[in-house]
Ligand binder design. Structure first.
Ligand code: PLP
Length: 379
């Protein structure tokens, strides 16, 4: 957020900034979705809806799991929420009691810590690095496990590394947790933004491994609807009533306009736009990967998903915060230091979001190359 604030100040001074810090697709929402929202308003859809979402949308999400991924999920197990953030808030509010510990990756999505803390839980970070594809293994889970641990949060593809969990990794973690009656929550918000994944990776949904897992998802990324604040979760039958009560109390219902608009995301046209954008993200990933390697940075993992590359900048002789701050001040390139995502080797890494046009990626990589040479010369 500090980098973004500084980028905006520089832009107000009239200088151009290349943005690799923004964690949202830079495309506007597909027009078929926008048109559906306008129609919903014209049709008078302006009130509250059912707390877990309109039945049409819950059915459409269930149909999509079946049609695109071959996974059968009853629509009653799907709760539509205010973004994945809303789903995570709701889930932790029903899953946790004060003092309960929840394991999560470091580096990982930073807000999970806050979601757990706000209901009195205690987040426990599991350090991960390139040796396990930036995903926890069951051995790492076991190392951190204590009597008061009640669950694990995973993310595939992950933010900030774009790494995907392997089927065997997920299966063994799931088995270990099932024996302890603990929950496995998989954040799949980057589902669909996947580029030729390894055959051993969970390429569609973790629900294909175990339909009883808790899965969180969103219309924000693949469907390009960040500002509409709409997501969902799939939960075991035993949780749905508690979730409904929590939703009714905490925010009543997700936005009605966003829900009617989201129905159009599943139309052939809507899915076509998302797929076309996915191929553009794949080209950008390749371009940025090459650009960062040519700039002399080490990118330990060419990610198979999401919209990020996580690069090691330690050869520049700077920590990630100084690197990021000098990059914006001296080259007007905005990136996110690893310290935003945890503490494990966070000073060595920077996240690059390829949410910018291809020309910006080319120009930005060239500037990063110049910066790297200058920083190394100063050592
Ligand atoms: C891994 C992950 N989970 C959840 C979210 C929250 O997304 P939203 O609330 O927009 O659906 C984000 C946003 O960047 C994310 O990267």
């Amino acid at each position: 957020m500090e980098v973004l604030k500084r980028a905006r100040e520089i832009e107000r001074e009239g200088r151009r900034v290349i943005h690799f810090e923004v964690g949202e697709p830079d495309f506007p929402t597909a027009s078929v979705i926008v048109e559906a929202a306008k129609r919903a308003l014209d049709d008078g859809h302006t009130g509250y809806t059912e707390a877990l979402g309109i039945p049409e949308l819950r059915n459409a999400i269930a149909d999509d799991y079946r049609l695109r991924f071959g996974i059968n999920i009853e629509s009653r197990r799907i709760a539509v929420t205010s973004g994945a953030s809303g789903a995570l808030n709701l889930l932790f509010s029903v899953l946790l009691n004060p003092g309960d510990k929840v394991l999560m990756s470091d580096p990982g999505y930073p807000c999970n810590e806050a979601f757990v803390r706000v209901v009195g839980g205690e987040p426990i970070r599991m350090p991960v690095d390139e040796s396990t594809g930036y995903q926890p293994t069951v051995e790492i889970v076991k190392e951190r496990w204590t009597a008061d641990t009640v669950g694990v949060v995973l993310a595939t593809p992950s933010n900030p590394t774009g790494s995907m969990i392997q089927k065997e990794q997920l299966k063994s973690i799931n088995e270990f947790l099932a024996e302890r009656e603990a929950f496995v929550l998989v954040d799949e918000i980057y589902q669909g933004l996947v580029y030729e994944p390894d055959l051993d990776a969970v390429a569609t949904s973790s629900l294909a491994i175990d339909p009883e897992l808790i899965v969180v998802n969103s219309f924000s990324k693949y469907f390009g609807m960040t500002g509409w604040r709409l997501g969902w979760c799939v939960v075991p039958n035993s949780l749905i009533e508690a979730l409904e009560r929590a939703a009714q109390n905490l925010y009543i219902a997700p936005s009605i306009v966003a829900q009617y608009a989201a129905l159009a995301a599943y139309s052939p046209e809507g899915l076509g736009v998302s797929e076309e954008r996915r191929t553009r993200f794949q080209r950008r990933r390749d371009l940025m990967y090459r650009g960062l390697c040519d700039a002399g940075l080490e990118v330990p993992l060419k990610p198979e998903g999401a919209i990020y590359l996580y690069a090691n900048i330690s050869s520049c002789g700077l920590d990630s915060e100084t690197f990021s701050s000098r990059l914006i001040e001296e080259y007007q390139v905005a990136v996110t230091p690893g310290t935003d995502f945890g503490s494990h080797r966070a000073h060595e890494y920077v996240r690059f979001a390829y949410t910018a046009a291809e020309d910006d990626i080319r120009r930005g990589s060239e500037l990063i190359g110049r910066a790297v040479r200058r920083f190394r010369n100063e050592i």
